[in-house]
Design a protein around this ligand. Structure first.
Ligand code: LP5
Ligand code: MN
Length: 265
């Protein structure tokens, strides 16, 4: 057995086990919340106070925020953490995963949101089936420039140094990175910026799972594929720019849907 699969099985024994027959489970990603779009923040908070409450668990698989430069940099009046905390206190467990834009979300934010930060890839179990969760950027292995950038900014030593900078300097670097990333992306094909098919198969094989849920590519879809002669499913969550993309799992059924964010969005 693959070492990752063995560790994953050991890990899942005391990890998140869910049953979709009692209450639904929700998965979201790529909300890209930003003070520049207060209407999107308001719509998300409405969603947390309304539809999300039917779920036993809400998973946010990265890029909740457009950019996160450290838990200390967020204004005290930020309404997102308290809104998540209210949902959690009302009985929906909230799980947060890092994305490529908010990989610096830390325990201070998680505590304020009454949420649990989960590492990627994260193996959970739904209705006794192992399900693997990740943001999705790590699967885009053909995007060599991005992978080099990712390796740099996910390095704990780099992160400690970055977080020690004054907030103004961090804002400048983040803006610089976004501009450079935009320029770089203009020169990349859409194939390069999608997940690599072999990387997906290898991930499913390594964790001995036949279901993967991720975001990042903003290409919502349910893909079926074969892994070692067995059918497998890759569910890609969409973003929250025009509409809300939600994966709702209920009574064993996985339904990827878009909902209108309402008049405030
Ligand atoms: O998220 P999306 O879809 O826009 O783009 C990604 C990849 N880009 C990124 C970069 C982020 O958008 C930058 C914003 C991060 C905000 C948090 C800041 C925390 C501190 C960071 C400070 C350095 O993730 C893009 C992929 C695309 O997805 C599809 O997968 O292609 O990757 C790139 O474009 C990366 C470039 O190819 C190479 C790197 C350019 C940035 C260089 C920054 C240099 C550092 C400046 C400070 C010294
Ligand atoms: Mn992303």
């Amino acid at each position: 057995m693959h070492a990752a699969a063995m560790l994953a099985i050991l890990g899942v024994m005391d990890s998140i086990r869910l049953d979709s027959h009692s209450r639904p489970i929700y998965f979201l990603a790529d909300l890209h919340l930003d003070e520049k779009r207060p209407e999107a923040i308001a719509a998300f908070i409405q969603f947390l106070a309304g539809p999300a409450r039917e779920a036993s668990a809400l998973f946010i698989l990265g890029d909740l925020f457009e950019a996160w430069i450290g838990d200390d940099a967020r204004p005290e009046h930020d309404p997102v953490a308290p809104a998540l905390a209210r949902l959690s206190q009302q009985g929906t467990a909230v799980y947060l995963m890092h994305g490529n834009r908010d990989f610096l979300l830390g325990e201070r934010f998680a505590t304020a949101a009454s949420a649990e930060l989960i590492e990627e890839p994260c193996l959970i179990s739904i209705d006794s089936e192992p399900v693997l969760l990740e943001h999705g950027d790590a699967l885009c292995v053909d995007d060599l420039a991005y992978q080099a950038f990712r390796q740099q900014v996910r390095d704990p030593a780099w992160q400690a140094e970055f977080l020690s900078l004054p907030i103004e300097a961090r804002i400048r670097q983040a803006q610089d990175a976004r501009v450079k990333s935009g320029e770089a992306m203009a020169g990349k094909t859409s194939e390069i910026m999608d997940v690599n098919a072999e990387a997906v198969v290898e991930r499913l094989r390594a964790y001995d799972v036949r279901r993967l849920i991720h975001g990042h590519t903003h290409r919502p879809a349910v893909h079926t594929l074969m892994v070692d002669g067995e059918p497998a499913t890759r569910i890609v969550l969409g973003d929250w720019f025009e509409q809300a993309s939600i994966l709702r799992v209920s009574n064993g059924d996985y339904s990827l849907r878009t909902i209108n964010l309402g008049p405030t969005a």
